[in-house]
Design a protein. Structure first.
Lengths: 210, 210
């Protein structure tokens, strides 16, 4: 029954959702339009309409989209109607930044476990979570049916840890380690590397020689 | 003289570069192939050959790509032959994680200035850099000709800070604040939002109801 939707379309839905939630807080009006979203997001209104049309008819000619309804539908499409538990591996500076980032709960996720290998960190608190010994990670994943992990570990251990997470049942991994990880086809992986992002922009920068 | 290359192609070049550098460290062989890169990156070899062909002929049928030469060419294409100075705005946990991240220098960038508004943070050290008062940010950008900024600030101040950076001469911004920022056409912006990345993956996760 599911049509195959291009990954690039799926990739834009969270951005639409984030902006709609923002709109719903600012607005007294119940509706928005693909033009208004386009203006706010720097994506063309035709693209927005086409992306959404993969999933049904959400708007009406003339009145546009009902914001609350579209938020609900995007949450349903993205499987965000219930909260997902997330484990975090790595309690360094980056782990701290993630654990203290307020947006998770509001946007469908809750970091429920943090693991590290460093004896100096184990037992310390990050926000409301106590850092646990890495040895317990498989049990935590399996007992709680956790499917999502965030990896904030040194690259020397990243592949080994990835293999361990997947073997224990993790299906989605967000990694901050700047190496390409090998995962089986049934596992989703998403990379966050500030250097890749910076290098994608320097292409467009004038050099002194130009 | 410059052809218009799709942004998605430019976006993959830093990933090729990162893997080639890794290969050059592992390998005693001087050459690689689009097949080897494809296997390591999970991108098809046809895609890799097509992406690179936008910029010239880098490989030879039969012998493949010379790794050192291709690294050099990608660095040239991405304007990474000299090191770029970067200013970091925000000295919280995320700012610390970025300032302590070892990869910058090796990959063409150096964080030379860190700014914050919190009096408790000003004067403290992050790695080898002293956190400075935000008031000095325009002078630092202009006196050093800095073109690149990383924004790790609360979202309530993100747009105002962005406007200030651009007015002072910044052309590329990597932002960790989870809102869409308005920038003029001549400025590049790149977003890093863990929630968007997680939400892009939950689409593919089975729900309990499935």
């Amino acid at each position: 029954m599911t049509k195959l939707i291009p990954a690039i379309v799926i990739g834009r839905l969270p951005i639409y959702l984030r902006e709609l939630v923002r709109l719903s807080k600012e607005n007294t009006r119940p509706n928005t339009s693909s033009q208004e979203l386009a203006h706010r997001l720097g994506i063309s209104s035709a693209q927005i309409r086409k992306d959404l049309s993969h999933f049904g008819e959400f708007g009406k000619q003339g009145t546009g989209y009902n914001i609350a309804y579209l938020i609900e539908q995007l949450q349903r499409i993205l499987h965000l109607t219930e909260q997902w538990e997330v484990i975090l591996v790595g309690a360094g500076y980056l782990g701290h930044a993630l654990a203290h980032y307020g947006g998770f709960q509001r946007r469908g996720f809750r970091i429920t476990h943090v693991f590290d290998t460093d004896p100096a960190l184990i037992g310390t608190e990050m926000g409301e979570i106590v850092v646990q010994k890495i040895e317990g990670i498989e049990a935590a994943i399996q007992e709680n049916g956790i499917k999502i992990a965030i990896l904030a570990v040194p690259r020397s251990v990243a592949q080994k840890m990835t293999d361990r997470l997947i073997k224990a049942g993790i299906l989605s991994i967000l990694t901050y380690t700047p190496i390409q990880l090998k995962v089986p086809d049934h596992v989703q992986i998403s990379y966050s590397d500030p250097l890749v992002q910076l290098q994608q922009m320097t292409y467009y920068l004038p050099r002194d020689a130009d």
